[in-house]
Design a protein around this ligand. Structure first.
Ligand SMILES: NC(=O)c1ccc[n+]([C@@H]2O[C@H](COP(=O)([O-])OP(=O)(O)OC[C@H]3O[C@@H](n4cnc5c(N)ncnc54)[C@H](O)[C@@H]3O)[C@@H](O)[C@H]2O)c1
Length: 465
């Protein structure tokens, strides 16, 4: 059952925002005004109400705000199940948008505030929010949510969001395997993602892991710090030369193609790739680069589209995984496939953890000390399968492939624009790979949702811009 019309609630008892005093008028287009706004901080009410003040340091400001007060919009028994700390920007905004995590930068907040949104950011000191936490955040009046790939966005959450009047959800990620898109569509909720802005950053981490694994950089660093270096030796940390070897890419989409170009252009590796679709632009690039090298008197690079994944595994010296995670790619790399790879091959995974059978990988690493892996993602994040942490031939990093400042701020911006664009009835952008106009801080973003994955299913209009 829908709750009361909470927009009509009297919120005069609440502390006024120090900068924004009156509800701003609804603007249909974004302006180019960049504001720095200190937030208010509340806790959603616990069962037994407390009048303790909440104290927090505001995002990107040096000011600390202390406020008494409770979240004005969350009243339902579900929402009162547990207290969840939040930070509020533009308290009088017409539309309530919740972000389940603080996100980098302030542009995304400013863009939402400009569009008359009250922005609530969960500041709970808990890395992964439960479904129950998120239901409490949604409350019974919520227009849209920006969520994270660690959250389980299934029927329960979309039903709660739809009941609260929500129209939009956006993952702050390009992948959305944590989202049940059919459930969202069933409840009429648009699902946004953030493609385009992660491509180069993620590919650069895959390239970094490829180099670190091939030249044993982490092992050598540990050795040095342990004070074990007592002089140059011919056999000390001998690794693999990349030049002239073959790089194998599985899933030559945006990130896979960008990674392939880095390895080909940077290290003059030959390419073999496997994808369900032909990577025409990538093939053209390698052909042209090969011709350039030949004309310069150098060995040209080559490419091949493999007819099977196994062909890539058998031929390549460095293999990087970049498919999406779905039923067809779950445990794509398993015991049998690992056994097909060269004994001294390097395997990189910056896609999703379950693409690799991690238990099988640990066994393979144990029995093949010259085989090396670079992993950004894990099957049961945040955990590693037993034994993986002990393997010297594994480099492990905590899901940081998209962690460059530009990318993370851009992801936050795209996610916010997906949500507010849907709330305001803007059309969807025609090419989600060409999102640069949304990222230029010196101009207003187009009045469109950058990337809505169920746009067709919901029959949403496409931008003509
Ligand atoms: N580690 C991170 O932080 C991080 C960051 C960004 C993206 N990712 C992951 O990387 C994935 C790829 O992102 P993208 O932007 O390049 O996506 P994309 O859709 O452009 O590319 C994925 C490619 O995989 C191919 N593919 C699908 N199923 C396949 C199969 N069974 N075998 C071979 N190829 C298959 C597709 O045809 C497509 O070309 C995302 O889905 C996401 O899960 C991870």
């Amino acid at each position: 059952m829908r709750g009361p019309n909470l927009r009509k609630l009297n919120t005069n008892h609440l502390p006024r925002h120090p900068i924004i005093h009156s509800p701003s008028s609804t603007t249909q287009h974004f302006t180019n005004q960049i504001q720095r706004l200190p937030p208010l901080t509340y806790y959603t009410p616990p069962h037994t109400q407390s009048t303790q003040p909440s104290i927090s340091k505001s995002l990107n400001t040096d000011q600390t705000h202390t406020h008494f007060g409770f979240h004005p919009l969350i009243h339902s028994p579900v929402a009162m199940a547990k207290p969840v700390s939040i930070e509020v920007w533009n308290p009088n905004g017409k539309y309530r948008v919740v972000s389940t995590k603080p996100m980098p930068g302030t542009r995304w907040i400013n863009l939402l505030v400009q569009q008359d949104c009250r922005v609530e950011i969960c500041t709970e000191k808990k890395t992964i929010l439960s479904v129950e936490d998120i239901i409490a955040l949604i409350g019974n009046k919520c227009d849209g949510v920006i969520g994270q790939l660690t959250e389980d966005w299934g029927d329960t959450l979309f039903s709660a969001l739809a009941k609260a009047g929500g129209k939009a959800f956006s993952n702050m990620a390009v992948g959305y395997n944590n989202v049940d898109v059919d459930a969202a569509t069933k409840y009429g909720v648009a699902v946004g993602n953030t493609p385009g802005v992660l491509t180069e950053t993620t590919a650069e981490l895959a390239a970094s892991l490829s180099l670190a694994a091939s030249r044993r950089i982490v092992e050598a660093d540990e050795f040095m710090r342990a004070g074990l270096y007592d002089g140059w030796l011919p056999h000390l940390f001998v690794g693999n030369l990349l030049k002239g070897q073959t790089v194998g890419v599985i899933g030559a989409g945006r990130i896979g193609s960008a990674y392939a170009r880095m390895m080909i252009e940077g290290f003059k590796m030959n390419l073999i790739y496997y994808d369900l679709y032909q990577a025409t632009r990538l093939e053209k690039f390698v052909t042209a680069y090969g011709q350039f090298l030949k004309a310069s008197g150098e060995q040209p690079v080559t490419w091949k589209r493999a007819s099977s994944m196994d062909e890539v595994l058998q031929v390549a010296d460095v293999i990087s995984l970049h498919p999406i995670l779905d039923k067809t790619t779950y445990h794509l790399i398993n015991k049998e496939r690992l056994s097909k790879m060269k004994k001294e091959a390097i395997l990189i995974n910056c896609s999703r953890g379950p693409v690799v059978d991690e238990e099988a990988l640990v066994e393979h690493l144990k029995h093949n000390p010259m085989f090396r892996v670079g992993l950004d993602v894990f099957e049961d994040e945040p955990y590693m399968k037993p034994g993986l942490a002990d393997m010297k031939n594994a480099i492990v990093v905590p899901h940081i492939a998209s962690a460059s400042k530009w990318t993370r701020e851009g992801m936050a911006t795209l996610a916010a624009l997906n949500v507010v664009g849907k709330i305001k009835g803007f059309p969807t952008w025609s090419n989600p790979n060409a999102v640069d106009p949304f990222l230029d801080e010196n101009s207003s973003p187009p009045p469109a949702c950058p990337s809505i994955v169920n746009a067709k299913a919901l029959g949403l209009p496409v931008s003509k811009l």
